[in-house]
Design a protein around this ligand. Structure first.
Ligand SMILES: [Zn+2]
Ligand SMILES: [Zn+2]
Length: 808
């Protein structure tokens, strides 16, 4: 039987439900089945380990698992970078369990980015029931009375970076036996460590290694990653040690049909400023999910926001109840932010097959090891190709086909992807972006490291060399550390760890509490609180709608009441930007004007000043003012300036814009560029921001800025700068691909625009990007000395590094 038939059959079923006149399918292809290649148990595997694994149903390892195990056994640090359900767990369990069985004193550490995943992995090792092997979890949920036992007796400790940072390293002397005998450190789902959190974890892993070495151990690091391009480089940046990559996947995988889907523009609705509106990805996904559940296909829909996941599940339930009430009950929503008991109940129902359709946020990506489903619907690009393939990897059993549908959201990146299938299907998966030399991360991490063990000159290369030295000097100047002949010392009695938030969220989570009952519904990141739980905001929890009565930032509390208004709310934010320091500048002169490209430090000041009440059609009811505090963010930015003559000069050399059109053209180009940066940096559109202006005080020119959203930056703006030409070319392509007449959310409108998407000039943005690309299109000469003028086809290039600009 044709292995792809099941996937194609489901796609036909879903397409049969499409109303006449719509053609949402932009592309479909079949990925073939892969047949497994088996390996042998390594000869050194102790019998008890082979017996335990065999009784767990694993007759023989796949070839790549055995290969990875051999490398680890030989003492190499290893990164295993293979697909979902490719047995990465066994690849590290095999050498670690063998080491623990052979040496009855040896210990090992396992780290996962989420508690749920750690609990899963612990359960799977416990289930093997290897004799005389004590494994235990050590995280925030471990009762105090059990912690002493774990420290003294557990041989394999399952924990997470947060707990190592706050609970283990600050009191490493109490863990001295554990560290002295530490043979392996397993870092699971290591691609999850990106951005600011990733930078913190990178330095944390260096601290773990330093403490282990202090006690005389030199553990082997085993990293497990989703498939990414160049995993060895990412792994080395994260772990601070050279890692041997294992990338060949020899596990079996079912055939999959991949469909790209763009919801149609709705003829009867108008959104912001009369822009056409597409049917929402959530509504489209609910419809697809409904058809799949009717077909009896076990289906999982990934939706970007928690609200979206809940609305999608609700809509599918509603549609199913018209067909068969019992089917409606087999659909549910799942998301992060649920209390643990809610999550566990839902996971269990899904695992047992009581549920047929689940709409989830990306939380499930790390939570549960669910694979072999009949269909996966990805509603909105999940930010990275690694995440996309991990979600898609939930579908497809060996010997049976499955369907994966990618539904584009109203978003320039998604528009680009559904019209450029190669960007989804043929592009190498981006490596993760993190920056352990960010001084905002390095300073607190070095303080913690010094408090653990005094820092010496020998430690500096591991912690970033020169960058570390600069930060240490500043810490000494601030009186945080003391410089003594033998190194840098922490001298206060109080350790710094509790004040260092490695998730980079800065401060306490905001609790969302129902005022009447006192029931806590969930929590919100403090950086997002002003935008999501301001007074009047509509907040959804498990399909229930609430309205926020009061946001008390000082007590980290949002009080809500149950209410189901017909509108949703959208915050309005005012943003200003100033250049603090230009670290690199390139000038591109053409016959018609000049373009300058810069990267450097910027200060972004923002304030949520109002919110819009919006009907499901996109229609705006009104704007309600808010009185919330201003926030200032010092971070990294990339920006380009365009001279007036280039903007106003007539085409083709100039953009041919009348002065009145310039602000809208720049603003639209900025929005689309923010939307497309995630294609080049492993960031989310919400991790970055932008500002555009026809005349910026610091540059003296028309300027478009795109900046990181976290203090000190996470490397996103720098990555954008490095990929400037392909990034801006894709930005132009995304705008051109959208068939709307004058701009819509799929191209130049932004859901997080501080100016209510005004002014925006779609055609002007393309004209601006055309002249910018014409000026910078030639690859910038990297190797030439600073300040040299080079004549090229695109004009002359003047390059100068580290040019300072005054702070405004
Ligand atoms: Zn559009
Ligand atoms: Zn805007």
């Amino acid at each position: 039987m044709d292995a792809t038939r099941r996937g194609r059959g489901l796609l036909d079923r879903v397409l049969a439900g499409v109303p006449a006149g719509e053609s949402p399918l932009t592309y479909a292809t079949d990925l073939p089945e892969r047949i497994a290649t088996l390996g042998d148990w390594p000869t050194w595997t102790p019998d008890v380990v082979v017996t335990a694994l065999r009784s767990a149903g694993i007759e023989r390892p796949w070839a790549h698992q055995a290969h990875a195990a051999e490398l680890v056994r030989a003492g190499s640090h290893v990164v295993i970078s293979t697909g979902t359900a490719s047995g990465k767990s066994l690849a590290y369990q095999l050498p670690v369990l063998s080491a623990l069985v052979e040496d009855r004193k040896a210990t090992a550490l396992y780290l996962s980015p989420t508690k749920a995943l750690g609990a899963d992995q612990l359960r799977s090792v416990q289930a093997l029931d290897v004799p005389d092997l004590r494994v235990a979890s050590y995280d925030g949920d471990t009762p105090m009375v059990e912690r002493d036992w774990v420290r003294a007796h557990a041989r394999w400790v399952f924990s997470n970076p947060d707990m190592l940072h706050r609970g283990v390293l600050p009191q490493h002397a109490r863990w001295s036996m554990f560290f002295r005998r530490l043979t392996h450190v397993v870092v699971d789902e290591c691609h999850a460590y990106r951005g600011v959190f990733g930078s913190h974890v990178a330095l944390l892993l260096r601290r773990i290694r330093r403490v282990a070495q202090h006690y005389g151990a030199d553990p082997v690091f085993v990293l497990a990653s989703a498939t990414v391009s160049d995993p060895a480089t990412s792994a080395a940046r994260l772990a601070g040690v050279e890692c041997v990559p294992v990338t060949e996947d020899t596990s079996p995988r079912g055939a999959r049909t991949i469909a790209l889907w763009e919801p149609p523009l709705l003829p009867d609705y108008a959104g912001e400023h009369g822009a056409p509106v597409r049917r929402s990805a959530g509504a489209e996904t609910a419809r697809i999910l409904t058809d799949l559940v009717i077909e009896g296909a076990r289906s999982l829909a990934f939706v970007r926001s928690r609200r979206g996941a809940e609305l999608t599940a609700l809509a599918a339930k509603r549609a199913l109840s018209e067909v068969d009430e019992s089917l409606a009950e087999r659909v549910a929503a799942y998301r992060a932010g649920f209390l643990p008991e809610d999550r566990r109940a839902l996971e269990k129902a899904l695992l047992q097959g009581k549920l047929l359709g689940v709409a989830s946020t990306n939380a499930l990506e790390l939570g549960v090891d669910i694979a072999g489903l009949d269909a996966v619907v990805v509603a909105g690009f999940p930010g990275t190709l690694a995440s996309f393939w991990q979600q898609a990897g939930r579908a497809g059993r060996a010997g049976d086909g499955a369907l994966v549908v990618f539904v584009a959201r109203d978003d320039p990146l998604d528009t680009y992807l559904v019209h450029h299938p190669a960007a989804v299907l043929d592009r190498p998966i981006e490596s993760t972006v993190l920056d352990p030399t960010n001084p905002y991360v390095l300073a607190p991490q070095l303080a913690c490291a010094a408090a653990e063990l005094p820092l010496t000159e020998d430690c500096l290369p591991v912690f970033g060399g020169e960058a570390a030295e600069e930060v240490l000097a500043a810490l000494v100047a601030d009186g945080v550390l003391r410089r003594r002949p033998r190194g840098w010392y922490w001298t206060s009695r109080q350790r710094p760890h509790a004040d260092v938030d490695i998730r980079g969220m800065g401060g306490e989570q905001i609790a969302v509490v129902e005022a009447d009952s006192g029931r806590m519904l969930g929590t919100v990141d403090p950086a997002m609180a002003c935008a999501t739980v301001h007074e009047g905001a509509v907040y959804l929890h498990q399909g229930q709608s609430y309205v926020v009565d009061e946001l008390d930032l000082e007590s980290s509390l949002a009080l809500v009441h149950s209410e189901n208004p017909e509108w949703t709310t959208q915050p309005r934010e005012v943003v200003d930007i100033s250049v603090l320091r230009t670290t690199e500048q390139e000038r591109f002169k053409t016959d018609d004007g000049e373009v300058t490209v810069c990267v450097g430090d910027v200060a972004v000041t923002s304030q949520v000043v109002a919110y819009l009440r919006r009907l499901p059609s996109g229609e705006v009811l009104d704007q309600v003012p808010l009185d919330l505090p201003e926030r200032t963010l010092e971070t990294r930015g990339v920006w380009y300036t365009i001279s007036q003559e280039l903007l106003c000069g007539s085409a083709p050399g100039g953009a041919g814009l009348k002065p009145a059109r310039i602000p809208g053209a720049l603003h639209a180009a900025e929005h689309a560029a923010i939307g497309l940066l995630p294609l080049f940096a492993t960031c989310d559109r919400w991790d970055i921001g932008g500002v555009s202006t026809a005349l910026h005080a610091d540059t003296g020119e028309a300027t478009v800025f795109v900046h990181d959203g976290h203090p000190g930056g996470a490397g996103f703006a720098d990555r954008g700068h490095a990929a400037l030409v392909p990034w801006l070319a894709a930005t132009r392509e995304a705008i051109a691909s959208c068939e709307c007449p004058a701009g819509c959310p799929s191209c130049v409108q932004s859901p997080k625009c501080g100016n209510g998407n005004e002014p925006l000039d779609k055609a002007g943005a393309m004209a601006v990007l055309d002249v910018v690309l014409a000026a910078i299109g030639e690859p910038a000469p990297d190797s030439r000395p600073d300040g040299v003028v080079v004549e090229g086809a695109a004009g002359s290039v003047v390059r100068a590094t580290t040019q300072s600009t005054a702070t405004s």
